[in-house]
Ligand binder design. Structure first.
Ligand SMILES: Nc1ncnc2c1ncn2[C@@H]1O[C@H](COP(=O)(O)OP(=O)(O)O)[C@@H](O)[C@H]1O
Ligand SMILES: [Mg+2]
Length: 359
């Protein structure tokens, strides 16, 4: 009998399929060179024992914010041994202790998983930084998730600077420009953040970006494939991940059809299946209570008081009205709901809450 593995041939289509994964970090990020340079200039002092510029990067999803910072971090660590970079996604770490523990662990400082207080972790981090004399740059990605819960950790991170020679440099990333608007004025002024806005790519820019990936992913593609995909990705919210998914699906179809290259008609066939990327992570990270609120809003819009009453009817242990307002604010912040203020009665105002179109 022949071995099944011997019957599987090398792909005629894919040179390297992994290149199309949204997690793949390319060596070259076309059309972000200026931003990369600007961020690099801000962080450079951290490698030289100086005071680096805290930076806030914002812009819509899928346009390279996360990958640019990962790229800059990789380059910075390659460039200098005197600096350590730590990337933290605040969807996964959103309490002061979890963030400080993550920093400690990434620095190589041992912390027990349980039974250790925040102050102790804090002290160990400081002790370590004092010993190594390395500069530290921390990126808090999706920082809205943190600020929404509590800004306490920002105090902690700033407090480190009182004890170490080189101040810790912070990079924040968010889809929302106004994350820091309601921040305590004292923290805001000590952070002295420089804002860098990322704008969506044009069709031509999207084409250049996808072309770079196509070159490394496929053996051969028909002319017209990349521009078609680029146009589609720009139409669907300028998210590069949409383009990558299109290319991957078209490639797989070409393979199934035993074609010798990815053709325009393969792309046309898969386009209807591609949905705008709704960050999966959003769905996974909303709480049970928030899910109930979204369920209720599926039916119709509600006045805020009315919505709270409806919510109380549906759950066994309803939270207080105060905590409920926090859920509403969170859903608003991640753009799952819309809120409109309207006049009610002679003087009063109330809010009408409805589900956002994208939710
Ligand atoms: N200029 C670029 N060059 C190459 N790939 C890019 C570029 N911009 C975005 N991408 C790709 O698009 C995807 C989404 O980028 P990401 O950095 O996660 O976006 P954001 O953080 O803005 O939501 C990633 O797979 C990334 O590699
Ligand atoms: Mg991101």
């Amino acid at each position: 009998m022949t071995n099944f593995f011997s019957e599987i041939h090398e792909s005629k289509i894919f040179k390297n399929e992994e290149v199309l994964s949204p997690d793949y970090l390319p060596d070259f990020l076309p059309h972000r060179e200026d931003k990369i340079k600007q961020i690099a200039r801000n962080l450079m002092p951290a490698a030289k024992g100086g005071i680096a510029q805290n930076t806030f990067i914002f812009g819509p999803p899928g346009i390279g914010k996360t990958h640019v910072i990962k790229f800059v971090f990789r380059e910075l660590e390659e460039f200098s041994e005197n600096v350590k970079t730590i990337y933290i996604n605040c969807w996964n770490y959103n309490t002061p202790i979890s963030i400080l523990s993550k920093i400690a662990t990434d620095l190589g400082v041992f912390v027990q998983r349980r039974g250790i207080g925040k102050d102790e972790v804090f002290e160990r981090v400081i002790e370590f930084l004092g010993k190594t004399k390395k500069g530290l740059v921390v990126c808090l990605d999706e920082v809205d998730q943190l600020i929404f819960k509590s800004e306490e950790v920002l105090y902690d991170l700033l407090r480190i600077n009182q004890y170490v020679k080189n101040p810790v440099c912070l990079v924040f990333i968010s889809n929302f420009k106004d994350v820091f608007v309601n921040l305590d004025a004292r923290i805001k002024s000590s952070l002295r953040i420089e804002e860098i806005e990322f704008k969506p790519y044009s069709v031509q820019e999207m084409k250049d970006i996808l072309e770079e990936r196509v070159k490394n992913a496929f053996h051969s593609v028909e002319e017209g494939v990349t521009i078609l995909v680029a146009n589609f990705a720009v139409q669907k919210g300028s998210d590069v991940r949409v383009g990558l998914e299109c290319l991957l699906k078209a490639g797989r179809l070409a393979e199934v059809e035993n074609s010798d290259m990815v053709k325009v008609f393969h792309v046309k066939k898969v386009l209807p299946e591609i949905k705008p990327v709704k960050p999966k992570i959003l769905e996974e990270n909303i709480s049970e209570n928030e899910r109930t609120i979204l369920e209720i809003l599926k039916e119709r819009s509600f006045y805020s008081g009315e919505l709270y009453k409806e919510y109380c009817k549906r759950v066994e242990n309803p939270v207080s009205e105060r905590a409920f307002r926090d859920f509403i604010n969170h859903l608003l912040q991640i753009k799952m709901i819309k809120v409109k203020e309207v006049k009610k009665g002679m003087k009063g105002k109330t809010r009408i809450i409805s589900r956002a179109k994208s939710a």
